[in-house]
Design a protein around this ligand. Structure first.
Ligand code: KIV
Length: 269
C-alpha cells in the first residue's frame, strides 16, 4: 500500500505551463482563514513580505525577519488545499551568497511546507536562482520595482518611465528566466515595457501595477479589500472592509455601553 498522499495542490510545472494561456490568478495572504477563502479562486498564493507593512505596521519590507515569514507561511499552508503556496525570502536572507540563499530557502520549505520561494532581483540574482533550482528549490523571481531595494531606488517608483532603462529591465527578466525561475513578478512597470517582456521570455509574467498584458496578476489582498489606510493607485478595490470593521466595532462599543447583550437564558436555552 502506498503511504504517499496524492498531490492535490497546483504544482510549479502547472503554473509554468500557463505561459500565454489562461491568465494566472494570484493574491497575497498571510493568515489561515483568509487564505482558505482565497484558495477557492487563486492558482497560487503568495505569502509576501509585504506582511511587514500590512500586518505589522512597518514602514518598509526591509525589517521583516525570516521567522516571521515562516510563521505566516505555516498558517497559509495549513489553511489551504489547492493553490501553490509561494513564500517570500525576506531582505538579508539570500543576497549574500547562493549557499546562504539555499540554507534559508530550504528552511522556509521544510518548516512551512510551501511549494516555492520568491526572491527579488534580476540579472544580479541569476546565479543564486540557478543554484537553488538545481538543488530542488523552485524560484519565482521579482523584478521591476523591488521593494526590498526601496532605499537604493529612492522610494516606491514606477519603473521604465525613462525608455533608456528598458534594456536593463528586459535583461533582468531574460536572466532570471534563463537561470530557471518558473515565473517572474513584474512590479510597478510601465505598460509597454511589461508587454514587451511578456512576449520576450518563455516563463509567465505576473503583474502588479504592470498592465493587463502580463500572463497573470497579483494584488495584496488587504489592498483590494479596502483594508489598508493607503492603497496604490493601480489597485482596483473590490470591497470596503476598513469602513465595515469600523462600523462593526462602533456598534459593538455601543452595545457594551448599553448592556445590549444576549442574556444567559438566551445563550444557553
Ligand atoms: O510582498 C508582496 O506582497 C509582493 C507582491 C507585491 C508581489 O512581493
Amino acid at each position: 500500500m502506498s503511504t504517499q498522499a496524492p498531490i492535490r495542490r497546483n504544482t510549479v510545472p502547472q503554473i509554468a505551463a500557463r505561459k500565454g494561456g489562461d491568465p494566472i490568478v494570484s493574491l497575497t495572504s498571510y493568515h489561515a482563514h483568509t487564505a482558505a477563502i482565497v484558495d477557492k479562486f487563486a492558482d497560487f498564493i503568495l505569502v509576501g513580505d509585504s506582511l511587514g507593512m500590512v500586518m505589522h505596521g512597518m514602514d518598509s519590507t526591509v525589517g521583516v525577519p525570516l521567522d516571521l515569514m515562516i510563521m505566516h507561511g505555516k498558517a497559509v499552508v495549513r489553511g489551504t488545499q489547492k493553490a501553490l503556496i509561494v513564500v517570500d525570502m525576506p531582505f538579508g536572507s539570500y543576497e549574500e551568497s547562493p549557499k546562504v540563499a539555499f540554507r534559508n530557502a530550504a528552511k522556509i520549505m521544510k518548516e512551512t511546507g510551501c511549494g516555492a520561494v520568491k526572491l527579488e532581483g534580476g540579472a544580479r540574482m541569476a546565479k543564486t536562482i540557478h543554484f537553488l533550482v538545481e538543488r530542488g528549490v523552485p524560484v519565482m523571481a521579482h523584478t521591476g520595482l523591488t521593494p526590498q531595494s526601496s532605499h537604493v531606488m529612492g522610494g516606491f517608483k514606477t519603473q521604465g518611465r525613462d525608455e533608456s532603462t528598458w534594456d536593463a529591465h528586459r535583461e533582468d527578466a531574460r536572466a532570471v528566466a534563463e537561470a530557471g525561475a518558473f515565473a517572474v513578478v513584474l512590479e510597478g512597470m510601465v505598460e509597454p515595457l511589461a508587454a514587451q517582456i511578456t512576449t520576450e521570455i518563455d516563463i509567465p509574467t505576473i503583474g502588479i501595477g504592470a498592465s493587463v498584458h502580463c500572463d497573470g496578476q497579483i494584488l495584496v489582498l488587504e489592498d483590494m479589500l479596502g483594508l489598508n489606510p493607503w492603497t496604490p493607485k493601480f489597485v482596483k478595490v473590490y470591497g470596503q472592509l476598513g469602513p465595515m470593521i469600523e462600523d462593526s466595532v462602533r456598534r459593538y462599543a455601543e452595545d457594551v455601553k448599553n448592556r445590549a447583550f444576549p442574556t444567559e437564558d438566551e445563550v444557553y436555552r
